[in-house]
Design a protein around this ligand. Structure first.
Ligand code: SAM
Length: 214
């Protein structure tokens, strides 16, 4: 299988066709070898229009959802970005193509260590990962220009708003543990503005400012 051809097809049929227009986002999606972030037996399905299992009952998000969330972040090269939910490391690699530094938090140690290995193998030294509860953000490196949450939250975690720069934005799914709405949250002084993007389905964000485990 020619993965570069599969990626180009993914970009045209799943992203351009659905109004992903940011050229830099499209270029990042063309560049990152998504198959390397999924278990080997699923490499042949890596560029399909769906999420895939990555073990530990977790998933790598559908390519369109990764591109949409990235586009909604409106990234600039100098941005410091926090991702909650490293999972396979794929979204972190897309972000790392677009900004200088990416911080990513994953609660499941088996996933964060596998993601680290894949990212190292591909040379993404600008992604810094820690294992822990991302609903509390990552105080040591705050504030962040952009934050993306790749698991469904009951509401916007206040720790993440606190760790966002004024004028910064958070992209996250909010709802119940089955269906959510993708939101863009902008911080303007002490106020936040919320904009709804679309319906979506993510695995739950589990933690102190998320859902309870189980
Ligand atoms: N961004 C990932 C990727 O590119 O593969 C997909 C993430 S998957 C849809 C959601 C991830 O969020 C899971 O790996 C899950 O373990 C993680 N997660 C859930 N609650 C979390 C929390 N409180 N802190 C950090 N990670 C969390």
């Amino acid at each position: 299988m020619d993965y570069a051809i599969a990626r180009e097809r993914m970009v045209q049929n799943q992203l351009v066709a659905r109004k992903i227009t940011n050229e830099k986002v499209l270029e990042a999606m063309r560049t990152v070898p998504r198959h390397e972030f999924v278990p080997k037996e699923l490499w042949g399905r890596a560029y399909g229009d769906h999420p895939l299992p990555i073990g530990q009952s977790q998933t790598i998000s559908q390519p369109y959802m990764v591109a949409l969330m990235t586009q909604q972040l409106q990234l600039e090269k100098t941005n410091k970005v926090l991702e909650i939910g490293t999972g396979s490391g794929y979204q972190a690699a897309i972000l790392a193509e677009l900004v200088r530094r990416v911080f990513s938090v994953e609660r499941v140690p088996e996933l964060s260590s596998r993601a680290r290995k894949v990212l190292d193998g591909l040379g993404y030294g600008n992604v810094i990962i820690k294992t822990g509860d991302g609903t509390l953000g990552w105080k040591e490196f705050a504030p962040f220009d952009r934050i993306v949450v790749t698991a469904g939250a009951p509401d916007v975690p206040s720790a993440l708003v606190e760790q966002l720069v004024d004028g910064g934005r958070i992209v996250l799914p909010i709802g119940n543990t089955y269906v959510q709405t993708l939101l863009v949250v902008k911080k303007k002084g002490k106020k936040i503005e919320r904009k709804e993007v679309c319906g979506c389905t993510f695995v739950p964000l589990i933690g102190e400012q998320g859902w309870e485990n189980g």
